[in-house]
Ligand binder design. Structure first.
Ligand SMILES: [Zn+2]
Length: 206
C-alpha cells in the first residue's frame, strides 16, 4: 500500500490528462479499502497536496488495536478531500464464508463499525465481496453475502462494489498493473457501458 500510494500521484495526473479532452464526461472514483493501514499516512499526504477527492472504506478494528492507526484515522478525519465510509469492524477476520453465513452477525458487525467510527453516511463496501445495492440496481460477485447486502439495503445503506481493481503483489506491496496500464483500462471502461453506473468508473486500490 505504501508503494502504491507513491505512484498514485502519477495515476491521478495521467487520468486527468487523458480525460480532460475526451468528448464524453467520465467520472472516476478513487477508493481505498481496509484502512487505516501502514501507508495511509502517504495517501493522506498526497491527497492533501493534489486536492483530489477520494473515498476510503474503514475497518474499525485497525483503529482500536493500534495507536498509530488511530493517528492515521485522525489524519483522514481532518482531511477535507477524504470521505470515510464503512468496511465493517472486523473485516470478517478474513473468513468470509463463515461471516456471511451468519447474516445477523455480519450486519451487526457493520452497524457497530458505523457507530464506533461515527460515520456520517450509510455507505458500505462489504469485506471480501464485490456487491452493489445502488439506485434500485443490484449486482453480486458470488452467492455468499447476498442476504447481508440485501439486509443492509433494507436498512438504508448504499452498498458499493468496484469496477476496476488495482492489485498489488502480496510479498512486497508493489503494484501489479503499471500506471499506464491502469490509465488505459480506466479510459476503456469509461465508455464501454460495462461499469455498474454508465460513464462512472469506481477504482479500488486494494
Ligand atoms: Zn477489504
Amino acid at each position: 500500500m505504501k508503494k502504491i500510494a507513491l505512484v498514485l500521484i502519477t495515476l491521478i495526473i495521467s487520468v486527468i490528462f487523458n480525460h480532460a479532452y475526451s468528448q464524453n464526461k467520465c467520472n472516476i472514483y478513487l477508493t481505498f479499502d481496509d484502512g487505516p493501514l501502514n501507508g495511509s499516512e502517504n495517501i493522506n499526504d498526497i491527497i492533501l497536496k493534489e486536492k483530489i477527492k477520494i473515498s476510503v472504506f474503514m475497518v474499525g478494528e485497525h483503529i482500536i488495536k493500534n495507536k498509530q492507526m488511530d493517528t492515521y484515522a485522525k489524519y483522514y478525519d481532518q482531511n477535507p478531500y477524504i470521505d470515510e465510509y464503512n468496511h465493517s469492524f472486523t473485516h470478517a477476520n478474513d473468513h468470509y464464508e463463515e461471516f456471511y453465513n451468519n447474516v445477523k452477525k455480519s450486519v451487526n458487525d457493520i452497524l457497530y463499525n458505523q457507530t464506533l467510527l461515527k460515520l456520517p453516511y450509510k455507505i458500505v463496501r462489504l469485506p471480501g465481496r464485490n456487491m452493489w445495492r445502488l439506485d434500485g440496481k443490484s449486482k453480486n460477485d458470488v452467492a455468499n453475502g447476498i442476504q447481508t447486502a440485501d439486509q443492509l439495503a433494507k436498512l438504508g445503506y448504499k452498498v458499493f462494489g468496484w469496477d476496476l481493481e488495482w492489485q498489488h503483489h502480496a510479498n512486497d506491496g508493489t503494484p501489479i498493473q503499471s500506471v499506464s496500464e491502469m490509465s488505459k483500462s480506466i479510459g476503456t471502461l469509461c465508455h464501454s457501458g460495462n461499469t455498474f453506473t454508465k460513464n462512472n468508473v469506481v477504482v479500488l486500490d486494494s
